[in-house]
Design a protein around this ligand. Structure first.
Ligand SMILES: *[C@@H]1O[C@H](CO)[C@@H](O)[C@H](O)[C@H]1NC(C)=O
Ligand SMILES: *[C@@H]1O[C@H](CO)[C@@H](O)[C@H](O)[C@H]1NC(C)=O
Ligand SMILES: *[C@@H]1O[C@H](CO)[C@@H](O)[C@H](O)[C@H]1NC(C)=O
Length: 523
C-alpha cells in the first residue's frame, strides 16, 4: 500500500555529518576496459559481458561499494547478501563455459528484492519488522526461483514501509523498524513514497542494477514516480506471489522497479509465468506473449495507440501552472508520436473508487488477516506465528523500534475481523461493479489501449485504486521534477494482460522524452 498520510520527515544527525560524502563526486565506476557501470542498462551490461569488458564480480563489487557509501544516508537496503561475490564468480565462469546466446537476459545481473520477498539463503525476509527477524522460510518465493534459474544475482533486500504499509497508515512512507527511514535521493527531505521505497531509492541512486517491488495499491507506481524510476505493476497472477509476505491475494502483485523501461522488461521476462504455489498464475499465464516482452520495446510504440484522458480528477493541478504546462507538453508529445488522444472522458463513480475508506479497505483488512496468518503458519520457524503474535510483539518491543507513535491501527482492525463475512462479500461485489461500470466500460467503449494519468506522488490524486481493485496492470515513467527538484511520474494503465501495449506506449514516451536523470542528493 502507498500511504496518503501526512508527510513526516526525520532529519537524523548522521545525515548532516555524511552530506559531504554525497557531493564528493562519484566512485571510479569505469572498469579497466573503459566500461562505466553507473547508469548502465541491462542491455549495456550484457554487451560488456560479451565483449569481455566487464565481469559480474566487478558489478557486484561496484554496487557493494555504492551501498557502503550511500546507504547510511539513503537507507534503501536492509541487508546485503554475503554470498553475492561467490554467486558473481559462478556467473562469470558459467559465461565462459556456456554457448553465447544460451544465457538469459538477467544472467550475472545483480538484483535487489523488497524485503517481503522470501529467499531461502543467508538473507532474512522480514517485511522490515524485527518481528520476523530470524524467521526461516520454507522455500524461495516463486519469483526468486525464476530469477535464480535465469542466473540473476540476489544482491540483497530492499527497505520498505514496514509490513508494506499495512501495519498502520501513520507509519511514514519508507520507514521500517529494521530499515530506518528511507530517503528520496533527489531531495533528501522529500517523501520517497512507498511501500516499495527501498527498491526505487536503490535503483535511482545506482546501488544496484535492477530491483523488485510489490504492489497492493500504489506500492510500485508511487515510489517509482517519486524517485524518478520506472515501475511495472503487472496484471494480478502474471507474477507469482508465493513466498511474499502478503496483504491480499486478490490485489497483491510483484513487479520490476528499474531505471528504464527496457531494464524493467528484461526483469519482467524472467519473473512471469506458472508457479503451482500460486494458483492465480495458472489463469494469468494466457497473457504471456510468445517470445516474451522485449519485442514490444519499439521506438515508434505510440503510433496508433488510443489513449484515454480523464481530466477529472487526475488533471486537476489547481493553480500550479508549471505542472499544467508540463502535462500539456506531455500530451502534445504523445500526439506528435502519433498516438490518438481521446480526451475529456469520465470514469463512472470515480469519487467512490478513490475513497480508500470504502469497499477496498473493508476487503483488504479481512483478507490481510487470513493471508498473513497463512504465510506465518507456513514458516519453518518464526518469532511470530499469527497476526496476534505480531501485534503483541509490536506492543512489547516498541522501544526497539524507537518510535512509539507509529501505531498499528491496521493490524488491530484486521485482527478484529472474523474471516469471510457478508461485509466482505458486499465489498467484493461493490468493487466488481465499480470496475465493470467504470474503468472497463470506459476502456471498451472508446477502444482504448491505455489510460494516461499524471502521477504526482503520495499527495496527488492517484489512479492506483482503479487499477488495484480490478487487478489491472500499470506502468509508471519519469515525467519531470518540480521546482524543488522532487520527481513525479506519468502512469499508463490498461486492462488485464495489456502489458505488451503498455510497454509499447511507455517505451515510446520514455524514448521521446528521456526525462530521467541521476539523483543529485539535494537536502
Ligand atoms: C539475518 O539475521 C540474523 C539475525 O537473526 C543476522 O545474524 C544475520 O546477519 C542476518 N543476515 C544477513 C545477511 O544480514
Ligand atoms: C495556489 O492556491 C493555494 C490555495 O489553493 C494558495 O495557498 C497558494 O498561495 C496559491 N499559489 C499561487 C502561486 O497562487
Ligand atoms: C466478530 O465476532 C464476534 C463474536 O462472534 C463479534 O462480537 C464481533 O463484533 C465480530 N467482529 C466483527 C468485526 O465483525
Amino acid at each position: 500500500m502507498a500511504s496518503n498520510s501526512k508527510p513526516q520527515f526525520f532529519l537524523f544527525s548522521s545525515l548532516l555529518i555524511l552530506l559531504p560524502i554525497l557531493s564528493s563526486g562519484s566512485l571510479n565506476t569505469v572498469t579497466g576496459h573503459g566500461f562505466s557501470i553507473e547508469e548502465a542498462s541491462v542491455h549495456d551490461i550484457q554487451l560488456a559481458f560479451k565483449q569481455n569488458q566487464l565481469t559480474s564480480r566487478q558489478l557486484v563489487e561496484f554496487y557493494q561499494k555504492q551501498i557502503h557509501r550511500l546507504n547510511p544516508i539513503l537507507k534503501g537496503v536492509i541487508e546485503v547478501n554475503p554470498e553475492a561475490l561467490h554467486l558473481a564468480d559462478k556467473a562469470d565462469s558459467e559465461r565462459k563455459s556456456k554457448a553465447p546466446g544460451s544465457l538469459s537476459g538477467l544472467h550475472g545481473i545483480p538484483i535487489l528484492l523488497k524485503d517481503n520477498i522470501a529467499t531461502k539463503d543467508k538473507l532474512n525476509t522480514t517485511a522490515g519488522s524485527y518481528a520476523l527477524l530470524g524467521s526461516v522460510v520454507p522455500r524461495d518465493a516463486g519469483v526468486v526461483t525464476k530469477l535464480r534459474k535465469a542466473g540473476a544475482i540476489i544482491i540483497g533486500k530492499a527497505s520498505l514501509s514496514e509490513w508494506s504499509q499495512f501495519r498502520s497508515f501513520y507509519v511514514p512512507n519508507g520507514w521500517s523498524g529494521r530499515g530506518g527511514q528511507g530517503k528520496n535521493p533527489y531531495v533528501l527531505s522529500a517523501d520517497p513514497c512507498g511501500s516499495s521505497s527501498g527498491s526505487a531509492i536503490s535503483v535511482a541512486a545506482n546501488l544496484v542494477a535492477v530491483s523488485l517491488g510489490s504492489e497492493t495499491d500504489g506500492s510500485i507506481i508511487c515510489p517509482s514516480s517519486s524517485n524518478s524510476v520506472v515501475g511495472i505493476k503487472p496484471t494480478i497472477g502474471l507474477t507469482s506471489r508465493s513466498g511474499v509476505v502478503p496483504i491480499s491475494p486478490r490485489q497483491d502483485t510483484i513487479g520490476p522497479i528499474c531505471r528504464t523501461i527496457s531494464d524493467a522488461v528484461y526483469v519482467l521476462d524472467e519473473i512471469v509465468g506458472l508457479d503451482y504455489n500460486d494458483k492465480a498464475t495458472i489463469k494469468a499465464s494466457k497473457y504471456i506473449p510468445h517470445g516474451g516482452y522485449k519485442q514490444f520495446l519499439k521506438v515508434n510504440g505510440l503510433k496508433g495507440k488510443r489513449l484515454g484522458i480523464v481530466r477529472k480528477p487526475f488533471y486537476n493541478f489547481g493553480n500550479d501552472t508549471f505542472l499544467k504546462k508540463i502535462f500539456a507538453q506531455h500530451l502534445d508529445t504523445l500526439r506528435q508520436e502519433s498516438a490518438i488522444l481521446v480526451d475529456n472522458l469520465e470514469i463512472a463513480n470515480i469519487d467512490v473508487i478513490l475513497n480508500i475508506g470504502t469497499s477496498e479497505m473493508t476487503a483488504l483488512i479481512i483478507e490481510f488477516k487470513q493471508a498473513l496468518n497463512k504465510y506465518l503458519k507456513e514458516l519453518v520457524a518464526s518469532p511470530v506465528r499469527t497476526l496476534a503474535d505480531a501485534i503483541a510483539f509490536n506492543k512489547k518491543f516498541s522501544d526497539l523500534e524507537k518510535i512509539k507513535e507509529y501505531k498499528q491501527n491496521l493490524f488491530l482492525e484486521a485482527q478484529a475481523t472474523n474471516g469471510s463475512s457478508n461485509k466482505e462479500k458486499t465489498a467484493l461485489q461493490d468493487m466488481a461493479r465499480l470496475t465493470r461500470d467504470g474503468f472497463v466500460k470506459l476502456m471498451i467503449k472508446h477502444n482504448l489501449h491505455a489510460l494516461v494519468t499524471p502521477y504526482l506522488g503520495p499527495y496527488g490524486v492517484s489512479v492506483t485504486s482503479v487499477l488495484a481493485i480490478g487487478g489491472f496492470p500499470g506502468i509508471s515513467v519519469p515525467a519531470g521534477y518540480d521546482s524543488k527538484g522532487v520527481p513525479f511520474g506519468i502512469c499508463f494503465g490498461g486492462l488485464k494482460g495489456s502489458e505488451p501495449k503498455l510497454i509499447e506506449i511507455s517505451y515510446g514516451f520514455e524514448q521521446a522524452t528521456k526525462i530521467r536523470k541521476p539523483p543529485s542528493f539535494k537536502p
